[in-house]
Design a protein around this ligand. Structure first.
Ligand code: C5P
Length: 413
């Protein structure tokens, strides 16, 4: 499965002959749907020009740590934060040793040190250098720090020798990188997600709706699938592609969504309500298009079912997670909402200031029975992965405690 679509991949290129293969790697990553930024060491620039990698990646290539202009545009910390994953390919013996030592005297080493996203290296060197005890020990150290080592392959080498030390091919590296996103924390679980707005028909051509783009819900569904869950996504009308491996059911109105959720929820371990469900719908839907007549008209509305609360109230309810878009008193309103709806966890965000609806980024404050955690402003995809980890942790803790998972309305913690 390709999990690179939409991912932000930082590619580090160090100074080995295999650097020429990095050009193909950039193409491969972009073909898989990833956005790619490249950081090169000075030695790498001796093997392949930054211009080549800039043209292929579509982004400026970063080389200098102490260049004030480059730092002002996107410094080493911003690059490290930007990355969903960092791959160093090729990684020379020298660079691996510097990584082990935690050096930060050049841009790539500094970015590696600052990066909290998953890091992988693709070693490439002469076979004797690869089998040297120094390198063997360096690789073991990196693996003990959860750095993934991709390859090397065995075969003929640029130096004329034959043996282990060839950098993996671009396709193999892209596959290895994609696998970094398969965390497996929800392996074997069934997750049901709602996303997008709903449309409440007024007549055959008009409806009431809202600005929800569906991005957050789709990102949550994608993150749950990457985490190994079997995911069903019930979505209102949006213009987004279905994430890989996700089973999608399209609906229009809140009542359609309610019916689809109630049917699918029976097998769900976890329900995540991200949809911006319309609170009201017109009492009657005109059969024909309403004509323009009076200067003022009024529309009579009735409450829609609260899907999240209905799921949480089921006798064998799954672990339920809701979202709360708030314009003020975020914590207070979110906690009240969590208790009123009887749900296990709520992810709250302040809407406005360019965040929330229809934006690429968001920030969340997440509350559950015994705790809370703040997730800083970042891309919705990254936020969705962080939230999925939290949901998996709380879900597992509930299972280990062997308790009924559902939040108890009497629980005032
Ligand atoms: O009450 P409010 O709309 O602020 O609650 C937001 C949360 O409740 C979201 O998780 C949303 O998906 C869910 N919700 C729902 N059905 C409704 C209204 C909201 O599932 N009718």
């Amino acid at each position: 499965m390709n999990y690179l679509n939409g991912k932000q991949i930082l590619l580090g290129v160090t100074g080995g002959i295999a650097a020429y293969k990095s050009a193909e790697l950039v193409r491969q990553l972009r073909q898989s749907g990833a956005e790619v930024r490249v950081v090169m060491t000075a030695a790498a620039c001796e093997f392949i020009t930054p211009l080549t990698l800039q043209a292929l990646s579509g982004n400026p290539v970063h080389v200098d740590l102490l260049d004030p202009d480059a730092e002002a545009a996107m410094g080493h910390i911003e690059l490290a934060r930007w990355a969903d994953a960092l791959l160093v390919a090729p990684a020379t013996a020298n660079f691996l040793a510097r990584l082990v030592a935690g050096r930060a005297e050049d841009l790539l080493a500094a970015v590696c040190l600052a990066c909290e996203a998953p890091v992988a290296v693709a070693p490439a060197m002469n076979r004797a250098m690869w089998t040297n005890t120094a390198t063997v020990e360096n690789i073991a150290t990196l693996q003990s720090r959860h750095i993934t080592v991709l390859g090397p392959a065995d075969g003929s080498q640029a130096c004329g020798e034959t043996g282990p030390g060839r950098m993996l091919e671009a396709v193999e590296l892209a596959d290895g990188l994609s696998a970094l996103f398969q965390t497996g924390v929800l392996a074997g679980r069934q997750v049901l997600v709602t996303a997008g707005p709903t449309r409440e028909a007024i007549d055959p051509v008009r409806f009431l709706s809202n600005h929800s783009s569906g991005r957050m819900g789709f990102a949550v569904a994608a993150a749950a699938a990457e985490a190994g869950a079997s995911v069903t996504l019930i979505s209102g009308p949006v213009s987004l592609d279905t994430p890989p491996g996700v089973h999608r059911i399209d609906v229009e109105s809140a009542t359609d969504m309610y019916a689809a959720v109630m049917q699918a929820v029976t097998t769900a371990d976890i329900f995540i309500g991200v949809a911006a469900v319309a609170d009201y719908r017109p009492v009657t839907v005109a059969k024909q298009k309403l004509k323009k007549q009076a200067a003022e008209v009024s529309l009579q509305l009735q409450r829609n079912p609260d899907i999240l609360a209905a799921v949480a109230a089921l006798p064998d309810a799954p672990y339920t997670v809701g979202f709360a878009a708030e314009t003020e008193s975020v914590e207070n309103n979110a906690q009240l909402k969590r208790q009123a709806k009887g749900i296990d966890m709520i992810a709250a965000n302040q809407v406005g200031n360019g965040l929330g609806f229809n934006s690429e980024e968001n920030a969340l404050q997440v509350f559950w029975g015994a705790g809370e955690q703040q997730l800083a402003v970042t891309a919705k995809q990254k936020l969705a992965r962080q939230l999925t980890e939290m949901i998996a942790t709380q879900f597992q803790q509930g299972l280990h405690q062997g308790k009924v998972l559902k939040f108890n309305a009497k629980d005032s913690t």
